[in-house]
Design a protein around this ligand. Structure first.
Ligand code: IPM
Ligand code: MG
Length: 368
């Protein structure tokens, strides 16, 4: 049997630096756990625009469709701000999500014990936090038509459309219920059914799927604004949150920051199963390209490394090895290692991106 295949798209800014540490982890699994991957690398975002005049070359798109999983670093940078909308780095990422049909975006917000002090909230509110946000990723206002900037009378009007079909809602709801069954069996669905018809349909369809297939899971609903408030008030009340593309974008940033650092959080974007039974999948850190610190060895590689742990779990059925990698991250944090984004304690000097990666490799070695 051939090795599982990975396409690595480091992207822009700190993307290449954090991805270099993930490469060490991938190599470690090949050398020490007999889990070799066929790895290829390509461009996405601003660097792809610089090389090819497009944020995602068609050949790269085709490769992404063929591999078992895509790992992405980050895209974007201020030098691309004035580009035509369709050439912007972010369009490369959105094209990958859309054409691979990665409709379920899993964004865990987990608070590592060693970092509970970094949250802007009180320690007892966040210690032990473990929430999973399931964000719909290929529809809603991000993709709905009509969209654009038009002339109307003597002024311009900007238009985007929130649009959800029943099947789009049902499939992401199923994903959330399945996730809940593997966790604490609770789903909270968030929309704005009080003001949006798409929200009314969202709530109805989630209820129908629940009643027909998942009545063993506890289901609650919240308006998304109240949900944001509850997430800051007492986040531990949630297990799985399922929500649309735009609300999920906002709520996942909020949930991420509760845990202390955006530099820590991974994500998985999953689609329908391929012929080999694996879901179409793209894994990426929640953080962006952080151009202000790019190239300085300051970036935290943990979110990207934990994204690979999610790949082990969701694409390659290697839950035990994913646990091992997550444990290795916990170990180095408990040992006091901190990249610059995690500083705050006096007398602690930051470690570099590659020192953090090396320490995680050492912790992996020690786990054998
Ligand atoms: C995210 C980002 C993206 C989004 C951007 C970069 C297009 O904010 O993944 O949360 O809005 O989905
Ligand atoms: Mg976002």
């Amino acid at each position: 049997m051939s090795n599982p295949s990975l396409l690595i798209l480091p992207g822009d800014g700190i993307g290449p630096e954090v991805m270099a540490e993930v490469r060490k982890v991938i190599d470690w699994y090949g050398a020490k756990r007999d889990m070799a991957f066929d790895v290829s690398e390509d461009l996405v975002g601003g660097c792809a625009y610089d090389a090819h005049g497009t944020p995602l070359h068609d050949d790269t798109m085709a490769k992404a469709q063929e591999v078992d999983a895509v790992l992405l670093g980050a895209v974007g940078g201020p030098q691309y701000d004035d580009l035509d909308f369709n050439l912007k780095p972010e369009r490369g990422l959105l094209r990958l999500r859309k054409e691979m049909d990665l409709f379920a975006n899993l964004r865990p917000a987990q608070c590592f014990d060693a970092l509970a002090d970094f949250s802007s909230l009180k320690k007892d509110v966040v210690a032990g936090l473990d929430v999973m946000i399931v964000r719909e990723l290929t529809s809603g206002v991000y993709f709905g038509e009509p969209r654009g900037i038009f002339e109307e009378g003597n002024e311009r009007v900007g238009i985007n459309t929130q649009r959800y079909t029943e099947s789009e809602i049902a499939r992401v709801a199923r994903n959330a219920f399945e996730m809940a069954r593997r966790r604490n069996n609770r789903v909270c669905s968030m929309e704005k059914a009080n003001v949006m018809e798409s929200g009314v349909l969202w709530r109805r369809v989630v209820e129908e799927v629940h009643k027909a297939e998942y009545s063993d899971v506890e289901l609650t609903h919240m308006y998304a604004d109240a949900g944001a408030m509850q997430l800051t008030r007492w986040p531990k009340q949630f297990d799985v949150i399922v929500t649309d593309n735009l609300f999920g974008d906002l709520l996942s940033d909020l949930a991420a920051m509760l845990t202390g650092s955006l530099g820590m959080l991974p994500s998985a974007s999953l689609g329908a199963p391929m012929e080999n039974g694996r879901p179409k999948a793209l894994y990426e850190p929640v953080h962006g390209s952080a151009p202000d610190i790019a190239g300085q060895g300051k970036a935290n590689p943990i979110a990207c490394i934990l994204s690979f742990a999610m790949a082990l779990r969701y694409s390659f059925d290697q839950g035990t090895e994913a646990d091992r990698l997550e444990k290795a991250v916990e170990t180095v944090l408990a040992d006091g290692l901190r990249t610059a984004d995690l500083l705050g304690q006096e007398g602690v000097a930051p470690v570099s991106t590659s020192q953090m990666g090396d320490a995680i490799i050492a912790a992996l070695d020690a786990s054998l």
